[in-house]
Design a binder for this molecule. Sequence first.
Ligand code: ACM
Ligand code: ZN
Length: 692
Amino acid sequence: MRIKTFVLALVATLICGAELSAQNNNITPAPVRVYGGTCSDSGCMPAMPFDFSQLSTLCIKGVKGADMERIAAAVKAAGLDLKLVKRPSVKSCVNIYINPDSMSFEEGYAIVTSERCVDITARSAAGAFYALQTVRQLVESGEWLTGAIVDYPRFEYRGVLIDISRHFRTVDFLKRQIDMMARLKMNRLHLHLTDAAGWRLQIDSYPRLTSFAAWRKPHDWKGWWNGDRKYVDEGTPGASGGYLTKAEARELVAYAADRYITIIPEIEMPGHSDEVLAAYPELKCSHKPEYQGDLCIGKEATFEMMQAILDEVIEIFPSEYIHIGGDEAGKGDWKLCEDCQRRMLQEGLESVDELQSYMIHRMEEYLNSKGRQIIGWDEILEGGLAPNATVMSWRGEEGGHIAAQAGHKVVMSPHGYCYIDAPQDAPYSQPESIGGYLPLEKVYSYEPVPESMPEEVGKYILGVQANLWAEFIVEDSHYEHMLWPRAIAVAEIGWSEPENRDYTMFRERAVKIVDRMIEEGYTPFDLKNEIGNRPESKEDVEHLARGKKVTYIEPSFYYAPKYAAAYDATLTDGKRGTWTYADERWQGFLGRGGVDVIIDMDEVTTIHSISADFMQICGPGVFMPCLVEIAVSEDGENYTKIADIEHEVIIDELPSFKSFGWEGEIKARYIRYKAHRSKYTGFLFVDEIVVK
Ligand code: ACM
Ligand code: ZN
């Protein structure tokens, strides 16, 4: 752990009480230290319930103007209705002292609660604001004790990405999420403003971005994506979409700033730009007129446009960082485009990766010249990272680690932990989604700085971010369901020291927060009703075929290399799959056949049941078999069929899991299990053939 010095004379003199477990209270994210009881010249007192209803006045020292108003508003939001006074008092008063010399952490704070008053010290207005979020939680819990709390964040960047391209969301919706983020001491809202599905920010110099590229006919992304992927003019009957006007975006920026949250706008380039090219086709690569998603890097007009857009963006968003995307460009069109090829020749670029890197470098130079910094997805490493760029690591952790080693700042949002568009509970109980399984516990288990990382590398990791992509999220209520409570886990990863993090205790606090959110009209996932992981997946399953040899009958029935799991051992290794086929426990079969295997039990054995589970998730093309045949043999040559199980495969939005098996009594050494794929093209996934 990084050593942090914390100088706070006030707390030092008042604290002598015992340290309470940081978890032993109602504060989320878990604070650094909580002490019970206080001391004064006349002796020490143990922790006692604090009666906050006797508080009557508020004194704020060390800030003026907007910060003063923000802090006064946060006191009120904490449930304390106090009269603002000029002088601190030792009786019935909340005294807030903001003093840059009081401690070494920009966002840190201390709260000392004696019998009669509350003294809050912070280095910055943001720190005082966070102290008041803690106070709010103490008030709400009804369990505020006398003592002291000393607290500061582990990471400076504690973020959430909200995607308003795939489905547009209103300012009011965004404000509601900002409110919740602030209560959890999060401080960055990354707004994904542009993508193929729609451009969502007014840009005066390129009006077709919002008069055309912000609108489509199918309201839901899935209908649009699987349909014609076209845009329509604003005002067309039946058009769906929208965008933030500049006034709205400014209003949002101010609202967030009042809660010490910085909004980082993302303007995607050069990939994920289908909507830009639909509105301004002259920026397509020159070799073909039809559908393209990558901006042409050969044309100067592309740079003129992006710079003009960024000029307007930085006028609205004062954030140090401007996110320029950089992910998932197809790059294929650049190989065929004469403008791109000319650019590569002129600039001595040897690959299309270097061509993308050329663009990102130019954008960085441009934004740096305006006093801003770029942040981009980890693909910006390919072809050479721009000198001052910050990397957002999403494809895993490696990109972030490489960037940090090279001395670049990094925000970690690896999809395995931070992509909260995956279902958070048994997939059949959850709305349709992109697939996978990412429960609260898995999110919470994320550690942004591995223990093995040297301190001089770890210091480049600025923090962590939850990303909520919205392809499958049409309704606001669904969006909140996906966001909360998993974003609470990310808030705690970003704020709390590892030694103060404990999932069992966190979950108890998260359940209470969720209950309160529901009372307040939010629609989070109701954590107390969590089903949890697939029952048998938690422990290995003992059965007669465990560890027995499995032979795959012919190559066309072989498993796909990407979903090999434990290779030939998978189907009898005793490991059941979880709710996701990507867990290296499910084996995936893609070929024209299906599954066709023989298990050798080593000797003739009395068998009472044979079964295997399959899953169906139609979105990514995972289907049940239409027929399962089971046959047995004593000699490995003459087989007797014992089961013929037909199944009608029905396309459904919700994932399902189903067993296909036989029960009875029979003696056999060899078991042949054959599952036929249905007429639907896709995978069969099976995790274990259980023999009892
Ligand atoms: C991403 O998920 N393509 C950043
Ligand atoms: Zn081109």
